[in-house]
Design a protein around this ligand. Structure first.
Ligand SMILES: [Zn+2]
Length: 391
């Protein structure tokens, strides 16, 4: 228990909105997380408030997206897919055309902006916008289930208010839309840890993408090999993200907490457990900065909901697993991993997995050292010496 003020962005108004039933992206995850938190008594009490979002206005969306694209997106949502819309990425396999495509994004963006306001006004220390995390959306292009980019707009709002913003993305996919938005800026430092573009959409996000012009050295990518496990992920986090935080000294942190890096996700090849989520949050909380936590990917719905609930509980400072889960009136949660609480069991790591992942990751971190830290910023990120491959 601590006295941090937490805000959860949610409104029943958005419950009717969803992606097509056969699309793996499930908007219901935010509402399910809310239900879980309420059943634990972790939401709706003093200092853990719910805040109703609003839809972003067109003028707000135009801070990042082009007028042409916004017009096209609204037209396509009305059922009229033109060649121009298709060239903007609309109507692809992972950007389906559906009635709520504009509305879903507009609510997510509005929620992100309200969350940013709560942080700026000091009404919340940490704001969760699990409606958002649409990090692939570009200024004039939809991709990867993302049409409107809430995290870019929230970062822009915070930066425009004069805050030094650190955007940290731990979704399994590279945060390419956010990278593109701030590639030439140094007031928003972007850091993405994601499965390598050699094996996963959006097929980029390599270490040599370090920013341009004034933004050179302010974009950091860490490619994770398939099968990356908790310990390896945390080695990368401690070697790269922590030195960046220490160097950049952000005034506010925006965390994209897509949970498709968890083992069992049907779309990716990483093998994290939600114990790594707790570790990441605990490291971030030590910096004691206002933080916006956005949703994102996560295609195993139960694992994602449990991970997000665990993230909220960690921010509440309530870490005693025994108090939770068992008192749920015999409600079994639909996951084979569930062992009575929110935390995943730990997963065994094979020797081959350890060897393959660790050597590739060490090379990546060396490369980041060479490309960014040492040369541009005069700091050195060194892999945790405690981690060694046996044999
Ligand atoms: Zn993702």
């Amino acid at each position: 228990m601590n006295d941090r003020k937490l805000a959860f962005l949610y409104s029943p108004e958005i419950e009717g909105l969803s992606y097509p039933p056969d699309c793996p992206f499930k908007t219901q995850r935010a509402g399910l997380t809310r239900q879980r938190l309420k059943s634990f008594g972790l939401l709706g009490t003093d200092g853990r408030i719910e805040v109703a979002p609003r839809k972003a206005l067109l003028a707000e969306l135009k801070k990042f997206h082009t007028a042409r694209y916004l017009k096209e997106l609204q037209r396509v949502a009305g059922g009229d897919l033109t060649v121009e819309g298709f060239h903007m990425g609309l109507g692809g396999l992972d950007t389906p055309v559906f009635k709520d495509m504009f509305e879903c994004g507009a609510w997510a963006c509005g929620a992100g902006l309200v969350a940013a306001d709560l942080l700026l006004e000091g009404r919340a220390d940490i704001a969760f916008n699990l409606l958002g995390g649409f990090h692939h959306a570009m200024a004039e292009r939809a991709a990867g289930f993302c049409y409107l980019n809430d995290v870019v707009l929230a970062c822009m709002k915070l930066a425009d208010a004069g805050r030094r913003v650190l955007y940290l993305d731990v979704d399994a996919h590279h945060g390419d839309g956010v990278q593109a938005a701030f590639y030439q800026r140094k007031d928003v430092m972007t850091v993405s840890l994601h499965e390598s573009g050699k094996t996963l959409f959006p097929w980029g996000g390599f270490e040599n993408e370090i920013g341009e012009g004034p933004g050179r050295g302010y974009n950091v990518n860490v490619s994770l090999p398939p099968e990356t496990y908790d310990e390896a992920f945390l080695m990368a986090f401690d070697s790269v993200a922590v030195p960046v935080l220490e160097f950049f000294q952000p005034e506010v942190i925006v965390l994209e907490l897509g949970l498709d890096a968890l083992a069992g996700d049907p779309l990716t090849h990483l093998r994290l457990t939600n114990n790594a989520v707790v570790e990441v949050l605990e490291r971030l909380l030590r910096f004691n900065r206002p933080m916006l936590v956005a949703g994102g990917g996560g295609y195993h719905v139960e694992n994602t909901v449990r991970g997000w609930a665990l993230a909220w509980r960690t921010c509440c400072g309530e870490n005693d697993e025994c108090d939770f889960g068992m008192g749920m009136g015999g409600v079994m949660l639909a996951s084979s991993e569930w062992a009575g609480g929110l935390r995943d069991r730990t997963l065994a790591v094979t020797l081959e997995q350890r060897r393959a992942v660790e050597s590739e990751l060490r090379a990546t971190i060396e490369n980041i050292n060479h490309q960014i830290f040492f040369r541009l910023h005069g700091i050195h990120a060194c892999p945790n010496p405690g981690m060694t491959t046996p044999g």
